[in-house]
Write a protein that binds this ligand. Sequence first.
Ligand SMILES: NC(=O)c1ccc[n+]([C@@H]2O[C@H](COP(=O)([O-])OP(=O)(O)OC[C@H]3O[C@@H](n4cnc5c(N)ncnc54)[C@H](OP(=O)(O)O)[C@@H]3O)[C@@H](O)[C@H]2O)c1
Length: 313
Amino acid sequence: MTGTHSPCLGARRTARVVSMAPENIVLNNGITMPAIGFGVFQTPPDETTIAVTAALETGYRHIDTAAAYLNERGVGEAISRSDLDRSDIFIETKIWITDFGYDQTQHAFDKAAGKLGVEQIDLLILHQPLPGEFDLTIGAYKALEKLLADGKVRAIGVSNFMPEHLTGLLDATSVVPAVNQIEVHPYFRQTAVLDADAEHGIVSQAWSPIGGITFYRDGKHGSTLEDATIVAIAQMHGKTAAQVMLRWHLQQGRQVIPKSVTPSRIAENFAVFDFDLSDDDLAAIDALDTGIRGGPEPEAITRERFGLTIPEA
Ligand SMILES: NC(=O)c1ccc[n+]([C@@H]2O[C@H](COP(=O)([O-])OP(=O)(O)OC[C@H]3O[C@@H](n4cnc5c(N)ncnc54)[C@H](OP(=O)(O)O)[C@@H]3O)[C@@H](O)[C@H]2O)c1
C-alpha cells in the first residue's frame, strides 16, 4: 500500500478551519475524558512503569490498559509513583473474554483494581464481544452496569463491537456504552461502526490510531507512516505523519490512544493541538480507507481460540 496513494499537494488551500478538536470529550453520562490517551498494548510489563511515567510527565492524563495486556500492575505503579492526584488521571482497562459472565466479571473488576492499586476505575470496558456466546457477553455487561451503580467505575463501555453487536447489547441491557474502542486508522475507517456509535451517543475510541497494526504486525503491510498522501499533508503543516493521523481523528470527534515506549514519540504524539487540518486534508485521508481490517474479525473471537487466564491481583 505504501506510496500507492496520490498526494493532494495540488489542492488549493483555503481558509483554515476553526479548531474542531477540544482537548476533552464529555461522555454520554457527563463524565469528562481527555481526547488523547496513552495506550500500552504490547508494552512489556517490565517497561510499562517507565513508559507510563514518561507519558504522565509529558501531560497525558488518560492511560488505556487491559487485563489481557498483563501490565496493569506497571500502570498502577507509575500512577502511585507520580505526584499527580488520583483524580487527575483517567484510567481505562478492559475485561478479557475468559472473565465474561455476571459473577466472573464482577470478580475481574477486583483483579484489575487490585493490580492498578485503585479503588475506582474511570472507564471499564468489555475487550471483545463473544458473538457465539452472547449470553456471556450480556452477563459481563450487566456486571459492568452493577459496578457503575455501585460507584466502583465512573463509566462503562465496549470494544470491537460491530453494529449488530451494539444492537444486541442495547436490546438486552439498560446503560448505553459510553465508548466503543475500535480499530480506526487511515487504512481502515469502519464507517458503519462510527455511524452506529454516533447514532447511539457512543464515543468512538480509535485503537491503532496511527495504524500501528499496519506496520508492526508482519512487515508485509504498507505503513500508514510512509503513506504518500499523509506524508505530503504532514509536510504542508510542518508536522509528522503520526501527528497528522491523530489530528484527523480528533477533528472528526474520535478519542485516540497512541502507544509508544519511545520518549520522543510519546512527546510527538501529544503535540497535536497547535494546528488544524483543512476539509481537503480530512477528505484526502478519508479516501485512503482500504476496508481491510488489521486485527482479528470480531465474529471469529472465541474463548477456545483466544483463551487466556487472567491472574489474580
Ligand atoms: N481494544 C483492542 O482490541 C485494541 C487492539 C489494539 C490496540 N488497542 C489499544 O490501542 C493502543 C494503540 O494501538 P496500537 O498500539 O496497536 O497502535 P498505534 O498506537 O497506532 O501504533 C503503535 C506503534 O507505533 C509506533 N509509534 C508510536 N508513535 C510513533 C511515532 N510518532 N512515529 C513512529 N512510530 C510511532 C510504536 O513504536 P514504539 O512503541 O517502539 O515507539 C508502535 O510500534 C494500544 O496500545 C492499546 O491501548 C486496543
